[in-house]
Design a protein around this ligand. Sequence first.
Ligand SMILES: Cc1ncc(C[n+]2csc(CCOP(=O)(O)OP(=O)(O)O)c2C)c(N)n1
Ligand SMILES: [Mg+2]
Length: 286
Amino acid sequence: MIDADLSRMLVIRAFERTLLDLYGRGLLNGTTHTCLGQEYVPVAMEGLLDPSDHVFSNHRGHGHYLARFDDPEGLLAEIMGREGAVCAGVGGSQHIRRDRYLSTGVQGESLPVAAGVALHLKRAEPGRLACAYIGDGTFGEGAVYEALNLAALWALPLLVVVENNGIAQSTPTDKHLAGTIAGRAAAFGLPHELVEGADVDDIRARLAPLVSGVRAGRPAVVEFVTHRLGPHSKGDDTRPAHAVGVDWRDKYASPRLDRLEAAAVSRIQAVAADVIARPLSRWEAR
Ligand SMILES: Cc1ncc(C[n+]2csc(CCOP(=O)(O)OP(=O)(O)O)c2C)c(N)n1
Ligand SMILES: [Mg+2]
């Protein structure tokens, strides 16, 4: 893995840890969902996407945003309602719009919208795709199946990335999902790829043909078997410690990891100090 990818993952992790720390110190309010342990998913995916592709994110979206835009300042300012916020502080943690990136905290809302955008891309910008990230729990929302149905029927360039972290808030996947995600994709005749590793180079090499197929109008579902290392939101982890799962960080243990992590941590510390000192955003100050 090249340093730039590892650094991006470490910046995302440092960002998420900083958020939890700021909450703990009473400097943030509202809610937030960190992607600790899942950072490699969007970093791997962004290597397969073009800025002109659309990305639809969800409640656990900081990593999706930071993998696309190297902008921790704008995101933290958005979450804290400070000057320089990506959306003037209106959207906060979960509702961000920037260029061709859109996130929502409403589970399942993004898939029909992404299918609609995919239809537009097919007509107006062939070769571009819409990529929607959703969780295993959200894969149970009815709107998801309307979107998969139309995507299959109309051969839409829609790529659905399921981050299966084995839990939805406090409900384990085996208590909310009948059958399998692969079986549900198959019911619509859609290809499904299961990704169990966390090596971003391997992931990209493996998914590249599938993503090319999506661009040519063959929608697909990619399922990452991943691990949520942090709480669902803040301090609300109901799992026993042994169920939390393995960390990709162990897989990349090397002297460069320590060096790059130190750089990421100090960068995010500086970002936090800068953003905290800023005046309120124009929305918050209105
Ligand atoms: C329509 C809707 N219902 C319920 C919620 C509350 N909620 C937020 S996250 C979440 C669980 C999502 O689980 P999953 O899709 O597995 O994503 P994860 O949190 O594991 O990343 C729920 C129920 C919501 N935001 N939107
Ligand atoms: Mg989940």
